[in-house]
Ligand binder design. Structure first.
Ligand SMILES: NC(=O)c1ccc[n+]([C@@H]2O[C@H](COP(=O)([O-])OP(=O)(O)OC[C@H]3O[C@@H](n4cnc5c(N)ncnc54)[C@H](OP(=O)(O)O)[C@@H]3O)[C@@H](O)[C@H]2O)c1
Length: 340
């Protein structure tokens, strides 16, 4: 990557939870941003909510991002890409068609469009996931810390097996999409370099259009379920987390820091995530929470899961400062309470 800063960044998944935070981080730093979305209405809403950036923000509608060629016509003037979009939901009927293939083909589609721009695109940052890192089926030895060198051992066959549940398929979707990205860059010897980010559970206030609490994105819905007293709580996925605003900062730093090129990172707070910690904060900070927060949050805990996650490398190499869990919980829960 050249040391020249990009000026006009394409963000896919810009009307989703994490993508919208990435858009805001870029705008606040003075970059022009083109968001891609499947919904013109959501793009219009995001733009209307940011009148101060009217001349710096535009949206393009890409209805099916899995078809090679769909991004070709939206690259005009773009000199960097942050690819956030990927299916993230567990309410599936066909895991391969709804999760695994769209994730892989979305990556191929954006990378192929980027490669066609010759030297115009300097770097592509992709949102992978800690789901592509963690091996949920083995108990790591005491004191084990996951790093960006780790990959989940899932096979493609298991990921798409109709007997596998959607959580397993999602883990496969992120692993095989990320692998496809690294392979593409290597095989095609692209003019741009690649950075991938593998965050664990992402929580925080929403800055994309969310009309009701029922329409919250998957990870925030997990945290909100503690406040809402859902019983039993969803099976906790992993005991690590990051605030969406810190993750957005990691994406933009990953785009700008020359030395980040060619690397894989895990942005993750040093604080653990557990339902118990979230419940204590909600009860302590919100009077109404004393009534609603479920008292059997341990139902959803995987109490045997205990390992470290190396978020320190991101703090050091990308200069990200992680905010406290309490701030994240209070900001999200306070916001969503106004929607119910
Ligand atoms: N939230 C977490 O805890 C977490 C953790 C690790 C990694 N991630 C990754 O972060 C990224 C964003 O997730 P999120 O939490 O922000 O979820 P989200 O709010 O559901 O956002 C997903 C985004 O992907 C887009 N998308 C999904 N399927 C698509 C398709 N077939 N064609 C085009 N666009 C599609 C959606 O577009 P529309 O806006 O047009 O619907 C949406 O903007 C994903 O890559 C996810 O795997 C999330």
């Amino acid at each position: 990557m050249s040391t020249q800063k990009p000026s006009y960044v394409l963000v896919t998944g810009a009307t989703g939870f994490i993508g919208a935070h990435v858009v805001d981080n870029l705008l606040a730093r003075g970059f022009s941003v083109r968001g891609s979305t499947r919904s013109k209405a959501k793009g219009d809403q995001m733009k209307a909510a940011r009148p101060e950036y009217a001349s710096k923000l535009d949206f393009v509608v890409v209805e099916d991002f899995t078809k090679i060629g769909v991004f070709d016509s939206v690259m005009d003037g773009i000199d960097a890409v942050i690819h956030v979009a990927s299916p993230f939901f567990y309410d599936t009927t066909n895991n391969e068609q709804e999760l695994v293939l769209p994730a892989i083909n979305g990556v191929k589609s954006i990378l192929s469009a980027s490669a066609k721009q010759g030297t115009q695109i300097k770097r592509v940052v992709i949102t992978s996931s800690f789901a592509a890192v963690v091996d949920v089926n083995t108990t790591p030895p005491k004191g084990f810390t996951y790093t960006a060198a780790d990959w989940n051992p899932l096979t493609y066959e298991t990921s798409i097996d109709p007997k596998s549940d959607a959580v397993v398929a999602y883990r496969g979707s992120k692993k095989f999409a990320e692998l496809a990205a690294w392979e593409f860059v290597k095989d095609q010897k692209t003019a741009f370099d690649l950075v991938t980010l593998c965050p664990p559970m992402v929580f925080g206030p929403v800055v994309h259009p969310v009309p009701t609490a029922e329409q919250l994105n998957e990870s925030n819905a997990v945290l909100w379920s503690v406040a809402a007293g859902v019983d039993p709580l969803p099976g906790a996925r992993v005991p690590a987390w990051i605030d969406a605003r810190d993750l957005a900062e990691a994406h933009v730093q990953a785009l700008l820091i020359p030395e980040a090129g060619g690397k894989r990172f895990i942005p993750a707070s040093p604080e653990p995530f557990s339902y118990e910690l979230a419940a204590d904060i909600i009860r302590g900070e919100f009077d109404w929470g004393k009534e609603t927060v479920t008292s059997n949050y341990k139902m959803g805990e995987k109490s045997t899961v205990s390992y470290g996650v190396d978020g320190e490398t991101v703090a050091r190499e990308l200069g990200v400062k992680y905010r406290p869990f309490k701030e994240t919980v209070v900001d999200l829960v306070g916001q969503i309470k106004t929607l119910v």
